[in-house]
Structure formats: C-alpha cells, structure tokens
Design a protein. Structure first.
Length: 347
C-alpha cells in the first residue's frame, strides 16, 4: 500500500469527519430513526416520541458503568446491566422513579454498592446538561454507599440528563461528570469521584416531572461540503440534510467537526513526516482515533452521542484496512457502506 493511500486511509477517519460534516446530497429516504434516531446503546427506541429529550436510550434494560475513584487513587467500578423491571425501580434497587417533581435514580451493583441521585426537575427542567450537584436536601444531590461507608455530595461535579421521561418504560440516559462525594462515616476513603454513564428505565411514582417543552427546530446545522461517495449504497441523510438540529449527535456537529478538522490536520503532518518509515503511518492512524475520542470530551457531548460516535469510530477503524485499494473513491464508499448502521445511529 502506497504512502499516499496510507495517508488517505488514516484520514478515512476523515470519513467520520465527513459524516459529521453531513451528506448534503444524500437521498431523502434516510431510514435512521425518528427525532431521536437509533439508540446508540442498543437498538431502536420504540417509544422515542414519549420523552422530551433529543436522545433516546434502551427501554428494555437498566445499565450503568460508573468509575468511582477515591482519594487514594484507587478506582472501582459501579456496574450493572440487566433487564429493566418495575419492581427494581419501586424497590429503589435499579432504575428511575419520581416523587412530585423529584427524579430519583437508583444504581446497585453486585457487590452491594448503591448510588442514588436526586434531581428536582422543577428547578432543573429536563433534559438538561451540566446540572450542578449540591448537598443532601438541596435540589440536586448524590448519595453513595460502599463497604459500610456512606458518602454525600457537596458542591463539586455535574450530571447530564439527556431524556425527560413522560411515561413509564422510558429510559433516562445520562452521565456523572466528576461528582465528588464525601465520607460521613469513620471508615473508608475520605472522598470518591464519580464519572460515567447510565441508562435507567423510569417507572413513575407520585407526581409528575417537569420537562422542557419541545421547541420547533427552526435552526440548521452547518453541514459543510462533504458529499456521500458516489459508489456508496448506504442511504444516509445525517441530521436530515442539516435541518434536524436535535437528533442524537446533530447538536454537537459544529463543535466536533471543528475539533476533528484539527485532528485531520495533525495526522496529515504526521504522515508527511514519516519518510521511509513504513510503520509510522499506522501510528498516525492511531493518533487520529485518539484525537477524535478527546473531541467528544471537549465538546461535552451527551452520553448517547458519545456511545454512538465511539461505535462509529471503531467501525471506521476496523474496516479501513479491509476497504483499502488502489481506488480511493471505492475505498471511501466501502467504509461508508460498512458503517452505514453506525452512521444512522449517530446522526
């Protein structure tokens, strides 16, 4: 494979940039989901229209992957992944429920570690990003119980809630952003920092949550000049040609596309400096994907968008070598088609 094609395949990570930049000439019969698109976590959300969020989750299961790092540097995982049941939510074990305007989230793992989140939706209408976490009995707080120690949040960290459930059986998708909880017991670490995502199915309760009113789209995502490869058969129309500014990753297109352009520029310089070192271009490829992943953090994308983009990136990376050839146009179309489902899920 020639250096120029190595260069091209490295930036076929560029394809991802292209997908973000849009397919302005793609067919209008795009089949990738409705207002919420296809769930980045697991399949199509059959009740996407039942919530007031731009993102959708998996309404069939409760899942969480939260890293808990204590002040000694030790990190443990608060993980769970099981079918959602009303009994688990009502039993305050795993899931989401409400009491008046208060949304409550419950995460319990196999070791007995328990994470509970309280959010007053009247003061913080949902969905909402970067909700500031406070102390117990305030409008937003977190409790964490592990190995006999009890921890409460104070005023460090935020929580994203991507979906406001307006009916039973709707997944509440979100993530912890550096939420620090402090030990109130004489045993255990002094503090623990929580970071990670969750998908918790809501089964109601007393009262009704306050959800933001859905607004007419009105705006438009700037899609740039990317054109779907002529030989591609994937019928994709990311962000409905730019008119859908709500679907999954679409709100973050301007930020991510700018960030990824910098990644591409960096890899171009990397490859051009490889000279006769035949292993160097592959290292440049790895740098592209690492750079792109950091963009998701920089742009503070939602949990569902991050998951979808990670799947798209992995698909691009996994197929870049298989699709290589002397014809770069065909190589582009090959990767585009092989990652068709991932593209639709993200945009």
């Amino acid at each position: 494979m020639s250096l120029s094609l190595h260069h091209h395949r490295a930036i076929s990570a560029l394809l991802a940039l292209g997908l973000l930049a849009g397919c302005s000439t793609a067919p209008s019969n795009y089949v990738g989901g409705g207002a919420a698109g296809t769930d980045a976590g697991a399949g199509t959300d059959a009740t996407a229209g039942a919530d007031s969020g731009a993102a959708s989750g998996d309404n069939t299961k409760n899942s969480a992957a939260v890293a808990a790092k204590d002040d000694t540097g030790k990190t443990t995982q608060v993980d769970n992944n099981k079918p959602a049941t009303k009994a688990d939510a009502e039993g305050k074990v795993l899931g989401a429920a409400s009491a008046g305007d208060m949304l409550t989230l419950f995460i319990t793992d196999a070791s007995g570690t328990v994470l509970v989140v309280y959010i007053d939706s009247k003061k913080h209408p949902l969905p909402a990003k970067a909700i500031p976490v406070g102390e117990p009995a305030t409008d937003v707080y977190v409790t964490y119980t592990s190995a006999g120690a009890v921890y409460n949040s104070k005023a460090t960290g935020t929580i994203d809630i991507d979906v406001c459930p307006e009916a039973d059986g709707v997944a509440v998708v979100g993530k912890f952003n550096g939420v620090v909880v402090h030990n109130v017991a004489p045993i255990g670490a002094k503090t623990v920092t929580l970071t990670g995502a969750f998908n918790l199915v809501y089964y109601g309760g007393a009262g009704k949550l306050t959800c933001k009113k859905k607004e007419e789209t009105g705006g438009k995502v700037e899609l740039g000049k990317f054109t779907k490869p002529a030989a591609a058969t994937c019928e994709a129309n990311p962000c409905d040609g730019g008119t859908n500014t709500n679907r999954n990753c679409c709100p973050y297109v301007p930020c991510i596309s700018t960030c990824w352009t910098k990644c591409v520029n960096n890899v171009q310089g990397c490859v051009m400096g490889c000279g006769i070192d035949m292993t160097c271009p592959q290292k440049c490829v790895a740098e592209v994907y690492a750079c792109q992943s950091k963009c998701l953090v920089t742009c503070e994308v939602s949990a569902t968008c991050a998951t979808a983009m990670e799947k798209l990136n992995k698909c691009e990376e996994a197929n870049s070598e298989a699709c290589q050839g002397d014809d770069e146009a065909k190589a582009d179309a090959c990767v585009f088609d092989k990652c068709c489902a991932e593209t639709k899920a993200a945009f």
